[in-house]
Write a protein of this length. Sequence first.
Length: 350
Amino acid sequence: MAADIITASRFNLLQKRLSSILGSGNAQSGYGQGISGYGGRVSSSEVSILNESNRNIATAENINELYTDILRARIHQIGYENEEITNTVRNARLKPNLNLIADETSNFFSDLAVESEDPDGELLGMRDFERMMSLVERDKFLVHDSMAVEETGESFFRVRPWDFKLTHEVRVRFRNANHRRHFFNSGGQLQISALLNNPAGNKSLDWAQTLSLAGTIKFGYNYCESTSTDTTSPPTILSGIGNYQLSNQYDVYTGTNLTGPLFVKQSRGEYDEGRYIGNNFTISAKEINASEIQFRMVYDDVSADSFQYVQGTMRSFVNHYRSKGTFASENDIYLNVEVPAPYYENITTF
């Protein structure tokens, strides 16, 4: 298809869609790029619309800036090595002073072709941008592992023997309400785990097994999941509960009829003929305010007895996984998306 003039109104509609994902956005959309301490600013911006008769157009510079932003968001979601991100796609640009772009398609996707005034085949189609933007919107909560990092948050440990209920509460503080939603919208997770090192005695071995089989609990925008591979006694998880479903009470969730802990891992009861099967590890969460949430980890030694204690080094962790683009080259850092880490405070320790 021959190259066409792209009106400002059509360009602006696409730019607004992009900005709502890559920029500050609103509610469950927005990565917050350009905010102080975040990743670089959104490159594109809306262009002026003079009036219907003047029919203002989007220039090559406008188109290139918007393309950079869409590509940045997409690489954040699916990674640089994905077959969708070919070298042609990454390097494609409109030529300076060429204010024409194919309307239908170009070689943006390998199985598409275009008739244009660009002999090198690098003139993108406007609908290519619109198609790619639809994918960005569809996958807005995704972050590829290559575009994120795992970092430590807060923890606590105990070396004294115990035979009762241990409770560890951690408050997670974000800079403000926007930081909290940008963290989760961009694929961020809070990750909870526990372990018992150097267990001594059957009760301790049972607890060490229970905590190991619990895996890492991942708390995201509207989900909770575990890396547990225990098929014998799998954990109970409220999988549809995440950041946007929390209330100001533990185990009560907004917009649902669900109650109870987010996560429960029961002992398998494989030691001392099932004596310790009642022991369990639970995780609950609540919202303190718009910028703070709190987790409660309970290690309940239900089968407490006077002749055997839990011995070893008990450790309880709340860490995070956050968006942080890993491009280091000056030629590529513009493709990074980053949302800063939250802060942590131990509220109750065992």
